[in-house]
Design a protein around this ligand. Structure first.
Ligand code: PXP
Length: 243
């Protein structure tokens, strides 16, 4: 069965908007797991706009399923990640001005730093290291060459496609990317913009995906119908959709 990991960053965004102590992303993570998520994802950004170090420490102690720590290659954040040693570390590009993570990593352009960081993460006891990349064969091959053992395919273009043809075209790019990753021996993850509606097509067209990471769609729905139902509905969508 495909793993469903839920990103809880937006709970922290809401908390921080009022400089409050609630809603607590740590509580949200527990609810997500109880409602059927296989694990929890967070991104500790350099500017700490949502998740804080306090959240990271408590999530590391309390999440019982898989913990995915998204990070840039900045030394300060890499050190925290090594200290926490999550099940999975996902390296993502990070720009201060962006609203959310925009493109995938340019692996070839940052090969040296990515190699150093990947080695440090393994040495710290992180078993899975993933790079978040666009579904471009060269980037995926570079991911394997640098030593990551997983790749997260960026599904943003697929999610944003505004015609059926464009969406199918993007799904096929992802399918090619997944084949390349699988051939290169990488465990295939995917995420960004996946939701209740686009997931079935994604599942039908893209092979080899072991895990998806979904945040915004679930949190947006949780505000209206509650976390248990929002996560439960996504769990059902992921489980019911067939290759
Ligand atoms: N994967 C990565 C690497 C991301 O940066 C994000 C966005 O934070 C997601 C998955 C989840 O995207 P969304 O919130 O659109 O579901």
């Amino acid at each position: 069965m495909m793993n469903l990991l839920i990103n809880i960053d937006h709970v922290a965004t809401l908390r921080n908007a009022r400089e409050e102590t609630f809603p607590d992303p740590v509580h949200a993570a527990a609810r997500c797991e109880q409602a059927g998520a296989d694990g929890v994802v967070f991104h500790l950004r350099e500017d700490r706009r949502h998740i804080t170090e306090r959240d990271v420490r408590l999530l590391a102690e309390t999440v019982t399923g898989k913990l995915d720590f998204e990070l840039s290659t900045k030394e300060e954040v890499v050190s925290i990640c090594c200290d926490v040693a999550p099940d999975l570390a996902t390296l993502v590009p990070e720009q201060r001005e962006e609203v959310t993570t925009e493109g995938g990593l340019d692996v070839a352009a940052h090969r040296q730093r990515l190699t150093t960081v990947t080695d440090r993460l393994y040495d710290a006891g992180v078993n899975q290291v993933s790079f978040f990349v666009d579904p471009v064969p060269d980037q995926i091959e570079a991911t394997a060459a640098v030593g990551a053992n997983c790749v997260e395919l960026h599904t943003g273009d697929f999610a944003e496609a505004d015609t059926e043809d464009a969406q199918r075209h993007e799904a096929e790019r992802l399918a090619t990317g997944a084949e390349v990753a699988h051939e290169a021996g990488l465990r295939v993850h995917a995420g960004h913009g996946l939701d209740y509606r686009n997931f079935p097509l994604f599942r039908t067209v893209v092979p080899h995906v072991a895990e998806v990471s979904i945040g915004f769609a679930v949190m947006a729905r949780a505000i209206l119908v509650g976390m248990d139902r929002a996560v439960g509905d996504m769990r059902a969508t992921v489980t019911r959709s067939q290759p």
